[in-house]
Design a protein around this ligand. Sequence first.
Ligand SMILES: O=C(O)CCC(=O)C(=O)O
Ligand SMILES: [Fe+2]
Length: 360
Amino acid sequence: MTDIIRTNPDGYQEVRTGLGWRRVLSPNSTEATFSLPVIDIGDIDHPDRERRRSVAREICNAAANVGFFYVSNHGVPERVIKSIFSESRRFFNELSLEEKMQYDTEKHEHYYGYYPINLDPSLPAGAKLNEGINYGYEPSIDPRAVTSENNGDNWWPSEKRLPGYVKNVKEYMSHALALSRALLRMFALGLDLEEGSFDYLATKPYSILKMAHYPGVLSGSEEPSSIRPHTDYELLTILLQDDIPSLEVLSNTGRWIQAKPIPGTFVVNIGDSMAMLTNGLFVSTMHRVLNHSKRDRYSVPFFLGANQEAELKALEQFVTPDQPPKFQPMTSGEYVRRSLQAVYSKPNIEIIRETIELQG
Ligand SMILES: O=C(O)CCC(=O)C(=O)O
Ligand SMILES: [Fe+2]
């Protein structure tokens, strides 16, 4: 992994973001971040536009300053949340490794499916010290579907093997999709754009629901289960975590801060695609997981990727003479798939970063 903090030629410290670097703030700066904001989004669908706008402003401030925030009062039923955790436990604990490997992500064009724990540090993106299962967008979970086609097929376990599993996982996906679309509307509103102006990005989203398992003890290793420092590639991520504090976020002061579990909330973070569209106004912030607890940890991120054909190009209102385009435009399909390939399969992530950051 290359550095995540560097000193630039003028002597300033900078932290890496998904695409490029930002100046490290002094701890005395008014914008220095020591904890992640918690935003009550109870008014996200309020009939009064001003009430919605006030939520939207908070969200956009957090997206631009921190890139990470919690949302409370999100409306996803507790039952659905309990159920996704219990399905995740069932998948990882009731299926044998051999059964899980039938769904090997490396055999899937879009890296949907299962990836095992892999202690080999010579892997492209380093050792994988957690296991997970990815499911892509399906019109069957989307009441607003505009197509009957998947982005790629999901490899579901049979009803006989895990009764009720498919229905429950799809129910969670459906809620995560609706909430993430609502957040896109908040981004638009908070940026003083027409509220529906980002809707076109997610009509057939290139999304992934991942259920991840970070074992308390890794057999054959002394290390804690983990995920290496990275940014997410999509527009935004809605993360459900259990009660084990493990997630850490690289703050704008250059320190790792803990995103402690707060019951009844999701953690939301900005991904590279949103940073590209806003020409870096919204920050795609580095984060990592280190599970030192010795207990098994489960988390469920939902990554909202823009439609595959959507162009990730800085929108004109974010490009000015002072702020020329920072990134090489490309389609969401191309950017996300290339990024996933670097994680799940062959090349090296640095190749992607070097091709996409325009030389200043
Ligand atoms: O498990 C978590 O808390 C975060 C996982 C994550 O960052 C990812 O899968 O991209
Ligand atoms: Fe992530």
